[in-house]
Design a protein around this ligand. Structure first.
Ligand code: KG4
Ligand code: ZN
Length: 367
């Protein structure tokens, strides 16, 4: 039995969780349990500013984290003495929040005489499908959040290869900026989806960025500009105009995303020909979007891939994924010898081989 306390503070969620893994008689069969999963969202603190304000985020983490850790331990009925390690997000993210989380984790680890495991937030997202669905390696991950838009081949614990990323905005960022432009409240993504539900997706022929391009990457800033031009041309906007723009934008995004992901599925087939039923896993807040989900589901069905979408609560930022990444690292024997000296990294690519992209689709450092 392994039990890890996870801590997540890289953006605007203060989170702590205890996850256990009971090896039992067949340690190769994963049987993890989320014993607690406490997430405090700061959305209200940032809403007035239309986006995450790093200083406000850091202060809110300082104020909340102790209580959130206590609540996670209490909910799990596991004492600090009984955990095997403390895992904390050490990057990428907003550096103020990372410092709060990592320093708190170091203090707890030192006081309780437990090892500290510094976790890459993206690795947390990448390994979640093994916690929720017991997925085997390798699989393909599409991470679409406010800070990242990436396709990653997940080959093993600590073995990731980024196949595509955005050359400008992250997809969630494109949703948020588009929504803001149209006067919809923060956070923009869910509100744009809601508006789109009553709109005509055929009214505006927005571009499908990168569609058909041999280059694997994403781009969304041109689409955002096209939306701005269309909105300016017909201003002032009625509610129906806003709905039509949102529906047309969402259709363009789903179409472009489908094209990019389709390419990656084909590449995965080529690189891993032995997999009878390979899997595409989605993670990140944008994965909640039903139009996008339906597009990806259809694509997977057509390509013979399993479509794995972990519960939304575990797709967005949380600490269960960080605790789980800690357990995976402990099991793989790569938990890190010197984590107590680990310094937070606001930038920390999951895949050290891939060159960073210009802009790299990061808003602040949200993942
Ligand atoms: O993963 P997440 O909760 O936080 C991080 O970015 O780390 O993702 C938040 C992003 C925001 O940009 C939000 O607007 C977007 O996900 N989002 C959506 C939807 N729900 C959340 N975008 C489109 N459609 C949605 N239903
Ligand atoms: Zn994230």
């Amino acid at each position: 039995m392994i039990r890890v306390l996870g801590i997540e503070t890289s953006c605007d969620e203060t989170a702590a969780s205890v996850v256990s893994l009971d090896g039992g008689a067949a340690p190769e069969i994963l049987s993890p349990k989320i014993l607690s999963n406490v997430v405090l969202s700061q959305i209200e603190e940032h809403a007035a500013f239309g986006g995450v304000v790093p200083e406000i985020a850091a202060r809110a983490h300082v104020e909340a984290l102790d209580g959130i850790v206590e609540a996670a331990l209490a909910d799990s009925s596991v004492s600090l003495d009984e955990v095997d390690a403390i895992a904390a997000t050490a990057g990428p993210g907003l550096v103020g929040g990372l410092i709060v989380g990592l320093m708190t984790a170091k203090a707890i680890a030192a006081a309780a005489n437990k090892p500290l495991i510094a976790i890459n937030h993206l690795e947390g997202h990448a390994l979640t499908a093994r916690l929720t669905d017991g997925l085997d390696f390798p699989y393909l991950l599409l991470l679409v959040s406010g800070g990242h838009t990436q396709i990653v081949a997940v080959r093993g614990v600590g073995d990731y290869q980024r196949w595509a990323t955005t050359v400008d905005d992250a997809l969630g960022e494109a949703f948020d900026k588009t929504a803001k432009m149209l006067g919809l409240p923060y956070p923009g993504g869910p509100n744009a989806e809601k508006a789109a539900a009553t709109g005509d997706a055929g009214r505006f022929a927005f571009p499908r960025p990168m569609k058909g391009s041999a280059q694997p990457d994403f781009s969304f800033s041109g689409l955002k500009t096209a939306v701005r031009q269309a909105a300016t041309a017909i201003a002032p906007l009625s509610d129906q105009d806003v709905a039509d723009i949102c529906a047309s934008f969402q259709a363009a995004v789903a179409d472009a995303l489908g094209d990019r992901v389709g390419r990656a599925l084909a590449r995965f087939r080529q690189e891993f020909p032995d997999q009878a039923k390979p899997a595409l896993v989605v993670a990140g807040g944008v994965a909640a979007n039903r139009t996008i989900k339906a597009t990806l589901e259809a694509l997977c069905a057509q390509a013979g891939f399993a479509f794995v979408a972990p519960p939304q609560k575990l797709c967005t930022d949380n600490a269960a994924m960080i605790a789980w990444a800690g357990i995976e690292r402990l099991r793989a024997g790569i938990a890190g010898e010197n984590s107590a000296d680990f310094v937070p990294r606001s930038r920390w690519p999951l895949d050290s081989v891939s060159a960073p992209m210009v802009g790299s689709g990061r808003r602040g450092a949200k993942a």
